[in-house]
Design a protein around this ligand. Structure first.
Ligand SMILES: Cc1cc2nc3c(=O)[nH]c(=O)nc-3n(C[C@H](O)[C@H](O)[C@H](O)COP(=O)(O)OP(=O)(O)OC[C@H]3O[C@@H](n4cnc5c(N)ncnc54)[C@H](O)[C@@H]3O)c2cc1C
Length: 431
């Protein structure tokens, strides 16, 4: 299987759902050595970030140390390095730390970053929600606002207005959790605060929330959020963000002390440093077997790649797509090394789900997207996400936190150990 009896080297950039699952699938293979590079020393579990941001979970519940994950696998080398450029011809990567890594096979799985669509102030004045650092920074800002309002700062109390931009799953989940935290959890910690003055507004330029979901799920999410006090501004485009609020294209100004950006994604900045033209969303276009056209030993996957289904439609940016692509990529790498045909990636759609708030979620199950709403979808969301967590310890810990909260405990992690300005936001390279 190997040339000169040597083990083949696989270099993977990005240890998210795609890269991590690719490395895990290769970890026990006798024929390969894997080097896994990530700018962080952890895998972040994005579906739970909004719970970290609203203090319902601690960062430990939503991130997993990569060295720990691969401790039982001596043929996987983990390095915390940020890749600044890659050369597809030599399948090599140069890192910001000054090192060069190369492989017989290169896997590009650097994920996505916020896309601010060039809206003035969006990148500097809003709080994006795409990484663990983003979530921790947002939690600090939220606690600062609450502490200010509960203290002597009367202006802060009067101005506890939060705007969430983007009505996809991230925006809906964040808005639902915020209203819950403002109404329920703060009663325990800030009893002197008059939450009647606080507002959470969700803005989206589309007609409906949760675009990929069925009309029934969309209507349910809108109804629950409104019942719980979230103000919806649909068909409203954001034209600018300042430190005092959000301007809409129709001339309306929404005053806000906190603006959360959940308005869109594009591939991570590294996609512009590969030397090839990128496709939609700055992602790398790939062939059905996940290789980059013209580079048979280079694969791109997950949120970093445009992967089409059999009908030529782009697959969505979902953890399940990235995870399955990671496993499939590993199988194709091994097939190629054995001199076998590589197979096209086929995504097995098990459905989509989004949390709307306590005891309320939408789940569309199976490839036919059979819609469930309410408590049953809420339980399904918790179960599916607990199973997806990377380590057994995280599964148990997170499940305990959820159960604690569900049966009346308040999970808000209220430690304000670092002011929001001291968290460096993830740098978004311009589109
Ligand atoms: C807030 C939020 C909530 C979500 N909720 C859900 C959900 O409920 N269900 C669902 O299915 N999907 C959800 N998604 C989408 C899902 O998380 C992504 O589709 C998935 O993470 C994509 O996996 P990936 O491996 O391509 O990228 P990622 O998981 O983002 O991993 C990319 C990795 O590359 C690393 N990296 C980036 N640039 C470099 C560099 N230059 N050098 C080294 N390392 C680098 C990053 O640190 C990261 O670890 C959510 C996404 C977000 C942002």
């Amino acid at each position: 299987m190997t040339e000169n009896g040597n083990r083949k080297r696989v270099l993977i950039i990005g240890a998210g759902f795609a890269g991590l699952h690719c490395a895990q699938q290769l970890a026990s293979e006798a024929a390969v050595d894997v080097t896994l590079l990530d700018k962080n020393n952890y895998q972040q579990f994005q579906p739970l970030l909004y719970q970290v941001a609203t203090g319902a979970l601690s960062p430990d519940n939503a991130a997993f140390n990569l060295r720990d994950v691969f401790r039982p696998h001596p043929h996987v080398t983990v390095r915390m390095e940020e890749v600044s450029t890659v050369d597809l011809n030599t399948r090599s990567a140069v890192t910001k730390q000054g090192a060069t890594y190369s492989g017989d096979t290169l896997v590009l799985a650097a994920g996505a970053q916020a896309n601010f669509f060039g809206i003035p102030g969006a990148d500097t004045m809003s709080f994006p929600m795409y990484s663990l650092q983003d979530a921790e920074r947002l939690r600090s800002r939220l606690l600062e606002l609450l502490e200010g309002a509960a203290g002597s700062d009367k202006k802060a109390e009067a101005g506890l207005n939060i705007v969430v931009v983007g009505g996809g799953a991230t925006g809906v989940e964040t808005a639902g959790a915020l209203i819950d935290i403002l109404q329920r959890a703060t009663a325990h910690l800030y009893p002197n605060l008059d939450m009647g003055k606080a507002t959470v507004t969700l803005v989206d330029r589309g007609q409906h929330l949760l675009e990929p979901f069925t009309e029934r799920s969309q209507a349910y999410a809108a109804e629950i959020l409104q019942q719980r006090g979230v103000l919806l501004r649909m068909e409203s485009s954001v034209s600018g963000i300042t430190d005092s609020g959000v301007s809409l294209a129709d001339g309306t100004f929404l005053p806000a002390s906190l603006v959360i950006w959940a308005g869109g994604l594009m591939a991570a900045g590294l996609s512009a440093k590969t030397g090839i033209a990128t496709g939609h969303g700055r992602r790398i276009d790939v062939q059905p077997d996940l290789t980059v056209p013209g580079y048979p030993q280079v694969y791109a996957l997950g949120d970093f790649a445009n992967v089409l289904d059999a009908a030529g439609k782009p697959l969505p940016q979902l953890a399940s797509v990235a995870q399955q692509a990671g496993v499939h990529c590993a199988k194709n790498i091994l097939a190629h090394l054995r001199g076998q045909e590589r197979s096209p990636f086929v995504y097995h759609d098990k459905g989509i789900m989004a949390m709307v708030g306590r005891n309320a979620a939408v789940a569309e199950v199976g490839s036919k997207h059979h819609a469930l709403t309410g408590a049953i979808a809420f339980a399904a969301w918790l179960g599916v996400h607990a199973i997806l967590l990377t380590t057994a310890r995280a599964k148990l810990g997170t499940f305990f936190e959820w159960a604690w909260e569900y049966f009346g405990g308040v999970n808000v992690s209220p430690i304000l150990d670092r002011p929001s300005w001291s968290w460096a936001p993830e740098k978004s390279d311009p589109a």
